[in-house]
Design a protein around this ligand. Structure first.
Ligand code: ADP
Ligand code: MG
Length: 227
């Protein structure tokens, strides 16, 4: 059973009296453990695709199966549960909660999911160590560098140990060196079996993935797995 199966996905946005076909009849299968780069020009539908995969958005038509289960027809509450347990999302602009410390940001998904403080604190301490943040646990996001913020974001995305990580231009706000470190962290997770889908317009980063998807006008222009 594939991890992800999209069939006939349509996503339209109404802008004034024109309809933008952000995704137009998209079919896509991703197996567990894959490392996939999504590329293509600005406006081609990359973020729309990732938001749908992350259950942050719904298609106007088509079916999304995650781990064999049709998640398109779930209620918002049910989708939130699936998202919390099965999907980690990393954004270009980090999306940390400004008034929470690094440790509290990382803990947030476990707090919301109702884990016991003991288990939560233990996992957060381990994550701070794993991501080289133990000296930064009590810092707020504005007291952290860009690279540190993105490491907090990745720690938060993985604290629930989801099988799927989605990253939308995760290095877009970082310098080359810091970006490379962030990519290495994501690739380490993939090396341990986590499925990794990364949107990027950086060809060097895209080429590191084992599979490249290229989007154009809401469609898949090419898929290296299909040739
Ligand atoms: P990419 O990430 O590849 O740059 P997007 O997925 O963000 O592209 O956008 C694809 C198309 O859908 C673009 O034409 C964009 O303007 C449009 N679009 C995306 N989100 C919205 C929205 N919330 N409202 C209206 N149009 C949108
Ligand atoms: Mg985008």
């Amino acid at each position: 059973m594939p991890l992800i199966e999209l069939s006939g996905i349509e996503r339209r946005f109404l802008l004034g009296d024109t309809t933008v076909h952000a995704l137009a009849g998209l079919n896509l299968t991703i197996e567990a453990g894959e490392y996939v780069a999504v590329m293509g020009p600005s406006g081609s539908g990359k973020s729309t695709l990732l938001n749908l995969l992350g259950l942050l958005d719904r298609p106007n038509a088509g079916t999304y199966r995650l781990e064999g289960r049709d998640v398109t027809t779930l209620t918002p509450d049910e989708q939130a549960k699936v998202r919390s347990a099965r999907i980690g999302f990393v954004f270009q602009s980090f999306h940390l909660v400004p008034r929470l410390t690094a440790a509290e940001n990382i803990a947030l998904p476990m707090t919301l999911a109702g884990f016991s403080p003991a288990e939560r604190d233990q996992r957060v301490a381990q994550a701070l160590k794993d991501f080289g943040l133990d000296q930064r646990a009590d810092h707020k996001p504005d007291q952290l560098s860009g690279g540190q913020r993105q490491r907090v974001a990745i720690a938060r995305a993985t604290i629930m140990q989801p099988p799927l990580i989605l990253a939308d231009e995760p290095t877009g706000n970082l310098d080359r060196h810091t970006g490379d470190e962030v990519v290495r962290l994501l690739e380490e997770l993939n090396g341990r079996g986590v499925t990794l889908v990364v949107v990027t317009h950086d060809p060097t980063l895209g080429a590191r993935a084992r599979r490249q998807l290229v989007m154009e006008d809401g469609r898949l222009k090419s898929d290296s797995a299909v040739g």
